[in-house]
Design a protein around this ligand. Structure first.
Ligand SMILES: [Zn+2]
Length: 421
């Protein structure tokens, strides 16, 4: 028989409901107009569906003040009518296990941070000890969230690992098993630089852009490639590892075993050693004072970053690069040479502007959601005037975000001002 049993088809209304819920899950919050635009649905369709979802309690309307800093469970109020998933649906914890620091955050389904914390963790700490430490931080946050946390269930745990850790299968598997056993929730793990890149795409500087290169400069240098809105892993799960692009085969040794990698020139420990400074704030102070040695080290790092980024952008042809990590504390001392080198090597037809902004770290996954935000730091946005090399080819960029073309966004992660070795 040609006839086969067919799976029952979801009604258009069910499909639209799922689309609305999926959009809110990814974006955190949206107005009805945002939903209509993003999903290609008519105003009346969006109104009908959201009314039903609100009546059912799956979705809640937020006031603008809540949309900005929302905490607290009572999300009623109809003024600007931003919508979010009901925060009572559950809690999601995220952990970032870096070389010298462990951070944790608990968020709700509306993407609001319920509690977050961060602690130094000596680089010699054993892996088991790091996991115990991370679990204790999450426990502490769940308790610190008070009644808001007590009433809601932990639904999942996301974990960011360094590139080194994530490349060791037994570390990944062991960590997942230990944490799943400990919390009895699904655990997802990923490369922390890639998760930070995903954060920028979902909520940060690259929001609304489908093609992005993200690079994080810290104790290590990692990155993420997003094309067509999807994080790319590559054949060997190392897409975005720009830190190990060789800039000079005779350069300094790198922890990957190679020589002259971008990371070997620009990692934070390398910069501190080369500049003779004990920590990042001291390096920043020295740069601010015009210390010749510090200025030379930072400018050289910026130029090498610019060179590597220009190569990557030439290959990927992405319209936006977002750079993050604690090195961004160095502000214009670092960014100015980055821009100059990019302008020297890129021949993009329209280099729109440089965008610098705040801080974000989060993971987004179809099943698990994780969000860490930290103290925003706003750097002056350079004007797109004729003296700015990045403005070439785009003489009038009054609204840089709207311009097609290339933009460099800088993000800075927080809580890591004084890394150890
Ligand atoms: Zn390397």
């Amino acid at each position: 028989m040609a006839d086969r049993p067919q799976r029952p088809r979801a009604s258009p209304r069910t499909v639209h409901e799922e689309q609305v819920l999926g959009h809110l899950r990814r974006s955190g919050r949206a107005s009805r107009a945002d939903l209509g635009l993003a999903l290609g649905l008519s105003r009346s369709t969006v109104s009908g569906i959201t009314a039903e979802l609100v009546a059912r309690g799956s979705v809640v309307p937020l006031r603008r003040s809540q949309a900005a800093d929302g905490d607290g469970p009572q999300r009623v109020g109809r003024r600007p009518q931003m919508l979010a998933l009901n925060p009572r649906a559950g809690l999601f914890a995220g952990v970032d296990l870096r070389y010298t620091r462990t951070s944790a955050v608990v968020v709700d389904a509306a993407h609001d941070v319920v509690a977050s914390t961060s602690r130094a963790c000596p680089s010699a700490t054993s892996w088991d000890e790091r996991l115990r430490h991370a679990a204790a931080l999450v426990d502490e946050l769940l308790r610190a969230g008070g009644t808001g946390c007590a009433a809601r269930e932990l639904r999942g745990l996301g974990v960011g690992l360094t590139g080194t850790a994530v490349s060791v299968p037994r570390v990944v598997t062991g960590s997942r098993e230990a944490l799943e056993h400990r919390f009895a929730v699904p655990v997802r793990l990923g490369n922390n630089a890639r998760l930070a890149g995903l954060a920028e795409v979902v909520w940060g500087a690259a929001r609304g852009t489908d093609d992005v290169l993200y690079v994080r400069f810290s104790t290590g240098v990692g990155g993420a490639v997003v094309l067509d809105g999807r994080m790319r892993a590559g054949t060997t799960d190392s897409a975005g590892e720009i830190g190990h692009v060789c800039l000079d085969p005779h350069g300094p040794p790198c922890r990957c075993g190679g020589r002259g990698c971008l990371e070997s020139f620009t990692s934070l420990p390398r910069l501190l050693a080369a500049a003779g400074q004990p920590h990042l704030p001291a390096l920043l102070d020295a740069s601010d004072r015009g210390d010749v040695r510090a200025a030379r080290v930072v400018a050289d790092a910026g130029a090498r970053i610019g060179l590597a980024l220009a190569g990557a952008v030439t290959v990927l042809d992405v319209p936006r690069v977002v750079i993050g990590g604690e090195l961004l504390e160095l502000g214009e001392h670092l960014l100015d040479p980055v821009r100059k080198e990019l302008a020297r090597h890129l021949r993009a037809p329209s280099l729109a502007a440089v965008e610098v902004g705040a801080v974000a770290l989060l993971l987004h996954d179809p099943a698990i959601s994780l969000l860490a935000t930290s103290r925003p730091k706003t750097l002056d946005r350079p004007t797109a005037g004729s003296s700015d090399p990045l403005s070439r080819g785009a003489p009038s960029t009054e609204s840089p975000r709207e311009e097609p073309g290339f933009a460099l966004g800088a993000r800075e992660t927080a809580d890591t001002r004084r890394p150890g070795s």
